[in-house]
Design a binder for this molecule. Structure first.
Ligand SMILES: NC(=O)c1ccc[n+]([C@@H]2O[C@H](COP(=O)([O-])OP(=O)(O)OC[C@H]3O[C@@H](n4cnc5c(N)ncnc54)[C@H](O)[C@@H]3O)[C@@H](O)[C@H]2O)c1
Length: 259
């Protein structure tokens, strides 16, 4: 995989899968624009990218502090990235949040928050940047979840947002394929990041991780780098004949009934 002279815009890059993906793209030679709510987290990711960069020509990652659930922030993210690099080759829509709740316990604000952050953000940032991707015959990689493909209990709004990402990915692939732009998504299983830590207490998170032994065919949870590798592969020329795909990166979780 080689991203020399390629410009990659990646959201949710301050932590977890996004932080690992930024570093991997940097190792592979990409020039990066990285987005997150956390300025501190972005700074740390940028430092790690610089340490791992393939060449000095990549420069320091362009850090954009912004909220992907807000239209005006997405407009600013798109505009400032193009102003900085004059082009875009890869859009990696990765930022996301997870909260628990069922049809009886999810309030409307929570539902809207999940849809805005996880799905509407991917739609609007893609809409804003498709003209640039058409120029470079670039591609989009979205981060979905295994929850987009299966219904897991007590995460109703999250499941729905990720099912939307899967369908969005296929629609964009169909619409742009003839003009040379690909669109794919990754569907991770349980990955060791801050995502669930934010809504579970310490014991709850420990129990959640233990269950991965029985819910994943590989009998373990995954690491952020294992998803980052697949995002980079899908964004690379090695995946030149893959589009519209929802790829589980889930230790076989999609294929099994929990033991
Ligand atoms: N960790 C898992 O088990 C898992 C499984 C399936 C899918 N995913 C997906 O992977 C993606 C990355 O999550 P992660 O596991 O690395 O979690 P994480 O919490 O470690 O990282 C998510 C990052 O997104 C950022 N973010 C959240 N809301 C944002 C907003 N409104 N604007 C800008 N940035 C925002 C956070 O600040 C954080 O840095 C998400 O889309 C998540 O749904 C994660």
């Amino acid at each position: 995989m080689n991203f020399t002279n390629k410009v990659v815009l990646l959201t949710g890059a301050a932590s977890g899968i996004g932080a690992a993906t930024a570093v991997r793209f940097s190792e592979l030679g990409a020039k990066l624009a990285i987005v997150d709510l956390s300025a501190e987290g972005l700074k740390k990711t940028a430092e790690n990218c610089i340490k791992c960069a393939k060449s000095k020509d990549q420069g320091e990652p362009f850090q954009i502090v912004g909220d992907v659930s807000k239209s005006e922030d997405l407009e600013c993210i798109a505009k400032s990235t193009i102003k900085k690099y004059k082009k875009l080759d890869v859009l990696a829509n990765n930022a996301g949040i997870m909260e628990d709740g069922t049809i009886e316990t999810t309030c409307l604000e929570q539902f809207d928050r999940m849809i805005h952050t996880n799905l509407r953000s991917q739609f609007y940032l893609s809409l804003l940047l498709v003209p640039e991707l058409l120029k470079t015959k670039g591609n989009i990689v979205n981060t979905s979840s295994i929850c987009g493909m299966r219904s897991f209990p007590n995460t109703l709004a999250y499941n729905i947002s990720k099912a939307g990402v899967d369908q969005f990915t296929r629609c964009v692939a169909l619409e742009l394929g003839e003009r040379g732009v690909r669109c794919n998504c990754v569907n991770p299983g349980v990955i060791y990041t801050n995502l669930q830590k934010r809504y579970l207490d310490e014991n709850g998170y420990k129990e959640f991780l233990k269950k991965a032994k029985y819910t994943h065919a590989l009998a373990r949870y995954g690491q952020p780098i294992e998803v980052a590798n697949v995002i980079c592969f899908l964004a690379s020329d090695l995946a030149s004949f893959i589009t519209g795909h929802n790829i589980p990166v889930d230790g076989g979780r999609h294929a099994m009934t929990p033991r």
